[in-house]
Write a protein that binds this ligand. Structure first.
Ligand code: NAD
Length: 502
């Protein structure tokens, strides 16, 4: 086969408000997963390029930090307007590199836009406090100031939304950013950075550094990078948390997930089946808030499986630009890994109720396809149950009682999202109290918090306690100074080595 790598366009870094050509000599292929072909190469940064991106952000920091709140707000408002009016353009980019269907890509952008809208209200969220006369003539107050250069490292599954969980808030608060997006679908980051420039963001405030582990490690170890915001798989999240902490950085590190939906016998099973389909197969299951396990409290399992199976027959898998319900997986390797879990489950004793392998699709034969798959009676000792699959594979586990279901969920390694489906308010209330999971849905399958709450799970789904966006986001991207101030009055003097007592 001819190597066409040299003929493919290169996606370069975005530094200092302009495209920054890479000279590292290293690139990675970017696929159109519905076509199964490489469409471009993305630059992979070397140390000189990491240093250039951080230097640009560092140089831009003093000016941006000292830009008035009103002016910063105006730039954010312009960015919001531009993004809202050009969403469809970005959605095309997302679908062409990630594979998710266009309507879902639009949904992703809308959720990111909500964080931009929250960020426009930042003046209220970075106010300090003031206490007058803590001692006679002494006032104490706090200042909330930006950190400096902050690093954001994002996963492939939300190439626009996850970066927007962080950079609008970081920038609103006066920081400057180096964003390292996933190398699998990197173009959205450049598009967003160029749009922010068009909105009036000064050069160097938002930089995009493309790369792999070299770029990530470069940011983790760089003296001038003050914090790291990471979203990705659990092993890498743990590595980021430990390495960033070792290097003295503030860090938020969100990891993988395995989300359960507990279905009580009194639930509305039509509503529940719709929810299981939407949350299990939307974005081909490549969502950290996807439902991957239905925990059915008997006797509902047979009827629920029947309703889910019926609905699965109507799902159309294919090219995300062709009005399908579900697109391909992001890469061939990922598709094969996900399909491998169907074999693992079957070998371990699960029943494959619907097998998504080899289905007919509305798309190119070379695309990275795997159709919606339903597994029943998945043993909780199987790797298909204990590990994150991150694909369109929905497992059913049958339990005898509410208590057994809750114990099962609480025993799991992850704690990102969960949902209960029931008509019993008392049971739902008890669930929200007892469950060891950070984000809970009550008859809502994907309980991603709105922008003014914060996003984050428990256990192996997060390292440390710093959640994304909302008030937590502003806390993360600011540091507080406490000032104790006294303006001398001639009557108040003298030497006293003790703490003041009045
Ligand atoms: P990933 O961990 O493979 O990659 C995430 C980022 O880390 C990418 O930018 C990648 O370049 C970088 N990276 C990968 N390997 C690295 C290494 N060895 N050293 C340093 N950096 C490395 O994750 P992914 O496959 O892109 O995304 C899917 C994962 O993200 C899933 O596990 C999903 O659950 C998780 N996720 C979690 C959330 C959340 O909010 N908790 C949200 C979205 C996705």
């Amino acid at each position: 086969m001819t190597d066409t790598t040299e003929m493919q366009p290169i996606l370069n870094h975005w530094v200092d408000g302009a495209e920054y050509p890479s000279s590292s000599g290293r690139t990675a292929p970017v696929y159109d997963p519905a076509q199964g072909v490489v469409t471009k190469q993305v630059a992979l940064a070397d140390q000189a390029e990491i240093d250039a991106a951080v230097a640009s952000a560092k140089a831009a920091f003093p000016g941006w930090r000292d830009t008035s709140i009103t002016k910063r707000q105006q730039v954010l408002f312009s960015f919001r307007e531009l993004l809202a009016s050009r969403k469809a353009e970005l959605a095309e980019i997302l679908t062409s590199e990630h594979g998710k269907v266009l309507s879902d890509a639009m949904g992703e952008i809308t959720r990111g836009l909500e964080v931009v809208e929250l960020a426009t209200g930042f003046p209220h969220l970075i106010k300090g406090e003031y206490s007058e006369n803590v001692s006679t003539g002494v006032d104490v107050y706090s200042l909330r100031q930006p950190l400096g250069v902050v690093g954001v490292i994002s996963p492939f599954n939300f190439p626009a939304m996850v970066p927007m969980w962080f950079f609008p808030i970081a920038i609103a608060a006066g920081n400057t950013v180096v964003l390292k997006p996933s190398e699998k679908d990197p173009s959205a980051a450049n598009w967003l950075a160029a749009l922010f420039s068009e909105a009036g963001l000064p050069d160097g405030v938002l930089n995009v550094l493309h790369g792999d582990k070299v770029a990530v490690d470069g940011l983790l170890e760089h003296r001038d990078v003050k914090s790291i915001s990471f979203v990705g798989s659990t092993p890498i999240a743990q590595y980021i948390y430990e390495t960033a902490a070792k290097n003295g950085k503030r860090v938020q590190a969100l990891g993988g997930a395995k989300n359960h939906m507990l279905v009580l016998p009194d639930a509305d099973l039509d509503l529940t089946a719709d929810a299981a389909i939407n949350a299990g197969f939307g974005s081909a299951g490549e969502r950290c808030m996807a439902i991957s396990v239905v925990v059915a409290v008997e006797p509902v399992a047979d009827e629920l499986i029947e309703k889910i199976t019926q609905r699965m027959k109507g799902l159309k898998t294919g090219d995300g630009r062709r009005n399908c319900d579900m697109g391909p997986l992001v890469t061939e390797a990922h598709r094969d890994k996900v399909a491998g879990y169907i074999d693992i489950a079957a070998t371990d004793g699960a029943t494959v109720v619907v097998d998504g392998r080899g289905i007919e699709v509305d798309g190119a034969a070379e695309g990275f396809w795997l159709g919606p798959t339903l597994l029943d009676n998945v043993p909780v000792t199987s790797r298909a149950y204990t590990e994150e699959i991150f694909g369109p594979v929905l497992s059913v586990v049958r339990v005898g009682s509410y208590e057994e279901g809750v114990a099962l969920i609480n025993d799991g390694a992850f704690g990102n999202g969960t949902a209960i489906f029931t008509n019993d308010g008392g049971a739902a209330r008890r669930f929200q109290n007892e469950i060891e999971v950070g984000m809970i849905g009550i008859n809502v399958p994907i309980p991603v918090p709105v922008a003014y709450y914060s996003f984050g799970g428990f256990k192996d789904s997060i390292f440390g306690s710093n959640k994304a966006y909302g008030v937590h986001g502003f806390d993360f991207f600011t540091r507080e100074k406490a000032v104790t101030s006294r303006w001398l009055d001639p009557s108040h003097g003298g030497i006293n080595l003790g703490f003041p007592q009045n």
